[in-house]
Design a protein around this ligand. Structure first.
Ligand code: X90
Length: 276
């Protein structure tokens, strides 16, 4: 059976080793330049450009044609999108699925709205790979991933919410709190896939305390963790060390966020996906 995992680029590069995968790019748009969020995008170069750029910037979800390209010639495709509450990506994927299935008799695309983004999608994709390699049939994998996604969570820590506010994803009053020097906002993806703010903290120590507290509240107890960071690997590593000590966490990975997550998480931001 030919199996392929596809996600929009909010999931960052998936780097799966044993099944075919591809991402459909979101785009970061400015008046001067456009960045397509493929695994090849030079995120550092984009961040440097945005630092000196003072005009408007926004993003756009994958077009139907981007999804079709990512489906390629897959026969059984499991497709993940960022939460429909923040993006049109899910709608676009559904249209692409219908087109793809009617053009290619017998091929299947199963679209899952992650109600989340970034590292939580990565956890879902990794689990799907594992189940498939264990010999599970396509439909069963899809059903199991729907169940598994009820046991994964997403937290984030942001130093700036300017890009989220400028693009209408949080209110500007909320963004102002995060704009105060040294304040870091901790939040989560709610069960409905909305951005939910939980806490604001001054200083790294208090922020770490808040992350741990909120992870525990959400049921964390030593499961898998994926931390996507926007040019802040040290902070991610500090958190990883604490998790290893406190919970005996074994399976933890830290990586630089791709274009879309870097644009919204902004410099210093962490996005943490974990198993309950
Ligand atoms: O369609 C588009 O243009 C994409 C818009 C995406 C907007 C938000 C992306 C957020 C990425 C920030 C922290 C994670 C929040 C997750 C809440 C569900 C990273």
């Amino acid at each position: 059976m030919n199996f392929k995992i596809v996600a929009d680029s909010s999931a960052d590069a998936l780097n799966l080793q044993q099944v075919a995968w591809q991402t459909a790019p979101l785009r970061i748009l400015t008046e001067a330049k456009e960045f397509t969020d493929t695994p090849e995008l030079d995120v550092k170069e984009m961040a440097d450009f945005l630092k000196t750029y003072s005009g408007k910037s926004s993003t756009s979800c994958p077009a139907v044609s981007d999804w079709l390209e990512a489906f390629g010639d897959g026969e059984n495709i499991l497709c993940f999108t960022i939460t429909h509450n923040l993006s049109g990506s899910y709608n676009s994927a559904i249209i692409a699925k219908e087109e793809y299935e009617s053009e290619h008799q017998g091929r299947k695309v199963y679209v899952i709205d992650s109600l989340s983004t970034g590292p939580e999608i990565k956890l879902l994709a990794e689990k799907a790979e594992e189940l498939f390699l264990g010999g599970m049939a396509f439909e069963e994998v899809c059903k199991n991933i729907e169940e598994y996604s009820k046991t994964t969570r997403l937290l984030f820590v942001l130093e700036s919410l300017i890009n989220l506010a400028n693009n209408g994803r949080v209110s500007s009053a909320v963004a102002k709190i995060a704009g105060i020097l040294g304040i870091r906002v901790v939040g989560r993806a709610s069960d409905e896939g909305e951005l939910q703010l939980l806490d604001k903290n001054r200083g790294e120590k208090k922020t770490l305390h808040s992350i741990l507290h909120n992870m525990k509240e959400l049921g964390y107890n030593g499961g898998k963790v994926r931390i996507s960071n926007c040019f802040n690997p040290q902070f991610a590593q500090t958190l990883a060390d604490i998790l290893k000590n406190e919970f005996g966490t074994q399976d933890i990975e830290i990586y630089q966020a791709g274009g879309l997550c870097s644009f919204y998480a902004e410099k210093g931001g962490l996005i943490i996906g974990f198993e309950k």
